[in-house]
Design a protein around this ligand. Sequence first.
Ligand SMILES: *[C@@H]1O[C@H](CO)[C@@H](O)[C@H](O)[C@H]1NC(C)=O
Ligand SMILES: *[C@@H]1O[C@H](CO)[C@@H](O)[C@H](O)[C@H]1NC(C)=O
Ligand SMILES: *[C@@H]1O[C@H](CO)[C@@H](O)[C@H](O)[C@H]1NC(C)=O
Ligand SMILES: *[C@@H]1O[C@H](CO)[C@@H](O)[C@H](O)[C@H]1NC(C)=O
Ligand SMILES: *[C@@H]1O[C@H](CO)[C@@H](O)[C@H](O)[C@H]1NC(C)=O
Ligand SMILES: *[C@@H]1O[C@H](CO)[C@@H](O)[C@H](O)[C@H]1NC(C)=O
Ligand SMILES: [Fe+2]
Length: 434
Amino acid sequence: MMAEVANIGFVFFLALIFLIAPIQSENSTFPEQIHIAATEDPTSVIVTWITFASTPDSTVLWRLHGSAIKLQPVSGYSTNYTDGAVKRFVHRVKLSDLKPSTKYDYQCGSSANWSSLYTMRTLGSGPDYSPVFLVYGDLGYDNAQSLSRIRAEVNAGGIDAILHVGDLAYDMFEDDGRKGDNFMNMIQNVSTQIPYMTLPGNHEYSQNFSDYRNRFSMPGANQGIFYSIDIGSVHFIMFSTEVYFFTDFGKEQIQTQYQWLEEDLKKATTPEALSERPWIITMGHRPMYCSTTNSNDCDHKTSVTRTGTSDLHLYPLEKLFYNYGVDMFISAHEHIYERMWPIYDYKVLNGSYDAPYTNPKGPIHIVTGSAGCRERHATFSPKPDWVALTSSDYGYTRMTVHSKTQISFEQISDDQNGKIVDSFTLIKEKAGYY
Ligand SMILES: *[C@@H]1O[C@H](CO)[C@@H](O)[C@H](O)[C@H]1NC(C)=O
Ligand SMILES: *[C@@H]1O[C@H](CO)[C@@H](O)[C@H](O)[C@H]1NC(C)=O
Ligand SMILES: *[C@@H]1O[C@H](CO)[C@@H](O)[C@H](O)[C@H]1NC(C)=O
Ligand SMILES: *[C@@H]1O[C@H](CO)[C@@H](O)[C@H](O)[C@H]1NC(C)=O
Ligand SMILES: *[C@@H]1O[C@H](CO)[C@@H](O)[C@H](O)[C@H]1NC(C)=O
Ligand SMILES: *[C@@H]1O[C@H](CO)[C@@H](O)[C@H](O)[C@H]1NC(C)=O
Ligand SMILES: [Fe+2]
């Protein structure tokens, strides 16, 4: 009986949330879709939000979490863009001189309207920093199955940042971008608390990735299409596999990105860089290897991102990553999870037979595209010998960087109530080339 009363209360509570949740309205100056992003500098973050009418200013009010001082204003700027019939104003404010692993309270908006008060936690730094990331791709607005579990993990306080490996909302541009608005409001509870880092997937292609480029504030000068960021002992490289496929938007983008990747890898692999950040983890939306059926690249032995374009195999990424000793390539796109043995050019390169991920002789690929979207699941072909494990459950990956020599991965199944359906530890005693 008590439980029933509580349930009725809960239903009313949900109804109330839907009623008071900010609803995008054409002319509103109320800030919504608030999210924070890490920058190249660990002492600053960027707060981004949207309004549907222009505002007199773009301001964040902030203070140390729990402090009694008055909230301090910092101003930023706004841009606007149009998707179909809807114009959006995107506001960005950079907060600087923040302390690592520290909570701050903040509100955003303008003198027209202020958001509620949120609390964010900054990323850490230093040799003992052991960040935990949730990593996934293919989280849609419809059938966002893993989201409540992701929210619960973030609300419990143990997660440092989200890494969303492409395909958001399904599709952001739909209904003049309102699908994107709904998605951003849906993840707001998470994205106001910790950095929500993204890269573009095929579902972001519309109008040359315009919704994606306008809505996010990723590091670097390429509107979030490709960038790198150092967090703790990891150098993350996020890039677009889509430049290889949507060539109508400009074939030259393949070369531009490839040259940037090579420059970035050169900088990341100097002895000084490697002694501080021995881990190099790359992320892009489409896998180089997969064992699913009806996939549209990774099931080909000469996958375009892996082996390069045309008969000449230009700009092949597997070779580039292998040559620079990249530790991992994490992708999504296939709506499943799978983990490969260390591999290069379809040859398994186990470190030692008993412990294949101890000092592996080649990069490790995982595919984590099962967060939940309206396209449901992919199906697997019979398991090839280069695949270590597959899972069709909805879920996401939890990645813990323990130290400069150890990273562990856990695949969380949402279908099985949070059960860990895969876990492995990557151990690397010496940084650098294979
Ligand atoms: C928004 O403003 C325009 C004119 O500025 C007006 O025509 C329109 O009806 C307004 N829409 C709403 C929902 O208030
Ligand atoms: C929208 O952005 C353009 C530049 O892209 C700018 O010229 C214009 O003033 C902006 N509109 C408003 C209403 O702020
Ligand atoms: C935004 O501010 C206007 C007045 O400037 C007010 O009428 C409106 O209710 C506010 N909106 C919200 C959602 O608080
Ligand atoms: C939103 O986040 C807060 C923590 O900031 C948490 O207490 C609350 O339960 C969350 N709400 C939902 C619906 O997840
Ligand atoms: C698409 O955007 C990219 C920048 O991301 C730009 O280099 C390219 O020229 C654009 N292509 C078209 C057709 O507008
Ligand atoms: C790699 O290691 C795994 C686990 O020990 C083993 O099952 C697999 O056969 C090994 N592959 C090769 C080619 O050594
Ligand atoms: Fe995809």
